[in-house]
Design a protein around this ligand. Structure first.
Ligand code: N01
Length: 533
């Protein structure tokens, strides 16, 4: 790529989304180049190398559908793929499609500015590199800007500080160490049992107790794998038209109509088989009806009492302040069991908040905890954070951050008025984090590729979402969320984990299938809600 020549498109990111987008546009005959801040492919799976990092989507659902040969060849071993395995998969994809040469790695895009007279975007990198392109497509993920809470004295700690989303490549040895994990979301809940198995002592600092369901990970039956592989096209079709990008059959039964014995039998079976089917497969009203939701929540609280021997610790681990499933449900391997280990202590930050990070550890309102290592599993500035970090300025030099001061306004989570020719893969207002990501990513990549081809065919230089379409879609995203219990939780879906972030529901909860149909109808109508000029 020559920096002087305008490209047709620049893609930012080399995870699932960026790899497929670059491949797709190259195949369509566009000149395209990718920038990636890591020194390799993988995106989320490049950075999240913390112990226990695994995908909560079962392995047969968590891959590309557009590579049928690889689909058949790729070994399906364990139910949930571990981080090294997914990274290897993406490296294989990049190698097989000869994509590495299309990317510049180790390069962070820090500014993307729209040049109105030229109808081109100018991109600048931290290294001072400049590129120009007609189209910019962000493939930066939804959970890639770490949330690093600013505790007083944050930089004072003399030991090792790590964030789960920015984990070193070299294995971290916890042997003989006094370790803290701050945060009990999906990342913390995966890492805690693994760290506890090594560390001399582990102290878990919990602000909000989470519900978690056993993953029931383990080796896959290879006869089932063969059957699965023989029917991949049908499973993929079902996933695309499902609610969350999985070909599960959702329950149609209502918890409120079932007897207590029937409910317990259903929950017990779902708990035993593990995974998200606890929510999808048990009862249809858990996400919608508070009384139904309470039956599922009570079941999990009962499990905590059964598993955790110390009643005070069990009490602290039981969530009370949000309906189950309204914060992303983690899947675990021996999470609650870990608190029975003599080398593990739980600190409830609602009782005794962190007052300061000191040179030697963490001081809460109750006492000082002396530590060698602090692992922050404190999550992300989700969905908007990675986009705002790109320094995007649209028409009139308007920064995206300012355009989104009241919260993100997008059309279909794909485009924004005032930011022509800029597309966001799995942007806010699309199913993204509420879905099995590869399914949503493929749909966005294919839609964007088709849209660019349609513009080329019609001779248009500029494609831009209209104000009216973005307003209507943004209202629709909130309306659909408002009939669910999700809006009752102070979750990262609501922007609640980042001080000062506007509170509104960020992803689209209307379902992967209906959303896909809607996007397809927009394309079929000649891109209603966009102007092409
Ligand atoms: O982050 P989180 P995560 N002081 O935001 C706490 C995906 N994922 O990295 O709940 C003290 O869920 C915070 O407390 P609270 C998945 O979509 C997928 O774990 O805000 N504590 C919470 O306990 C997931 O949902 C997979 O009160 C503070 C924790 O830190 C998403 O990534 C694996 C704090 C953050 O939990 C994010 O998960 C891992 C503070 N100032 C992640 N600030 C798989 O598929 C925050 N916390 C396997």
């Amino acid at each position: 790529m020559s920096d002087a020549e305008p490209l047709d498109a620049v893609v930012i990111g080399a995870g699932f989304a960026g790899l497929y987008m670059v491949y797709r546009l190259r195949e369509q005959g566009f000149s395209v180049h990718g920038f990636e801040r890591a020194d390799g492919v993988g995106g989320t799976w490049y950075w999240n190398r913390y112990p226990g990092a695994r995908c909560d989507s079962e392995i047969m659902y968590y891959s590309f559908s557009f590579l049928p040969d690889l689909e058949q060849e790729w070994p399906l071993t364990e139910r949930y793929p571990a981080q090294p395995e997914i990274l290897r998969y993406l490296e294989t994809v990049a190698g097989r499609l000869d994509l590495l040469k299309e990317f510049t790695f180790g390069t962070e895009v820090t500014a993307i500015e729209y040049d109105e007279p030229a109808s081109l975007w100018t991109l600048r990198t931290a290294e001072g590199r400049i590129a120009t392109a007609r189209y910019v497509i962000t493939a930066v993920g939804c959970l890639s800007t770490a949330n690093r809470p600013l505790f007083p004295g944050s930089d004072a700690f003399a030991g090792v500080s790590l964030h789960t989303g920015d984990w070193p490549k070299e294995p971290v040895d916890f042997t003989g160490k006094r370790v803290a994990v701050v945060g009990t979301g999906s990342s913390g809940i995966q890492a805690i049992p693994e760290i506890a198995a090594q560390a001399e002592h582990l102290t878990v600092f919990q602000r909000t107790a989470q519900f978690t369901i056993p993953a029931e990970n383990g080796p896959l039956n290879q006869e089932m794998v063969e059957l699965w592989k023989a029917n991949y096209p049908e499973w993929r079709r079902r996933a695309r038209h499902s609610r969350a990008g999985f070909p599960y059959v959702p329950s149609i039964n209502h918890a409120v109509d079932a007897s207590e014995a029937e409910r317990n039998k259903t929950y017990e079976a779902a708990w035993g088989s593990g995974g998200f089917t606890f929510l999808f497969g048990s009862f249809a009203d858990i996400a919608l009806d508070e009384a139904a939701n309470k039956t599922a929540a009570d079941f999990v609280r009962g499990k905590i009492d059964e598993i955790v021997r110390d009643p005070d610790t069990a009490g602290m681990l039981k969530p009370w302040d949000f309906p189950i499933g309204t914060k992303r449900l983690p899947l675990d391997t021996n999470y609650y069991e870990t608190f029975n280990q003599p080398n593990v202590t739980l600190v409830d930050l609602k009782r005794t908040p962190i007052e300061e990070i000191t040179a030697t550890g963490i001081r809460t309102s109750a006492c000082q905890h002396d530590l060698d290592m602090i692992v922050y599993a404190t999550g992300y500035d989700a969905l908007t954070g990675p986009l705002e970090a790109l320094g995007i300025r649209g028409r009139g030099g308007l920064p995206l951050k300012d355009a989104w001061r009241e919260g993100p306004r997008t059309y279909l989570g794909l485009a924004m008025p005032g930011f022509p020719n800029l597309f966001t893969i799995t942007g806010p207002g699309s199913p993204s984090v509420l879905s099995n990501m590869p399914v949503s990513i493929e749909q966005h990549v294919e839609w964007i590729g088709d849209c660019l081809a349609a513009a080329r065919e019609s001779g248009a230089d500029i494609i831009e979402a209209t104000e009216a379409a973005a307003s209507a879609w943004t209202d629709h995203v909130q309306e659909v969320a408002s009939v669910t219990l999700h809006v009752k939780a102070a979750s990262w879906y609501m922007g609640a984990n980042i001080p000062g972030k506007p509170r509104l529901f960020l992803p689209y909860i209307g379902g992967v299938g209906p959303y896909r149909d809607h996007c397809a109808a927009v394309a079929a109508s000649g891109y209603e809600g966009f102007t092409m000029s």
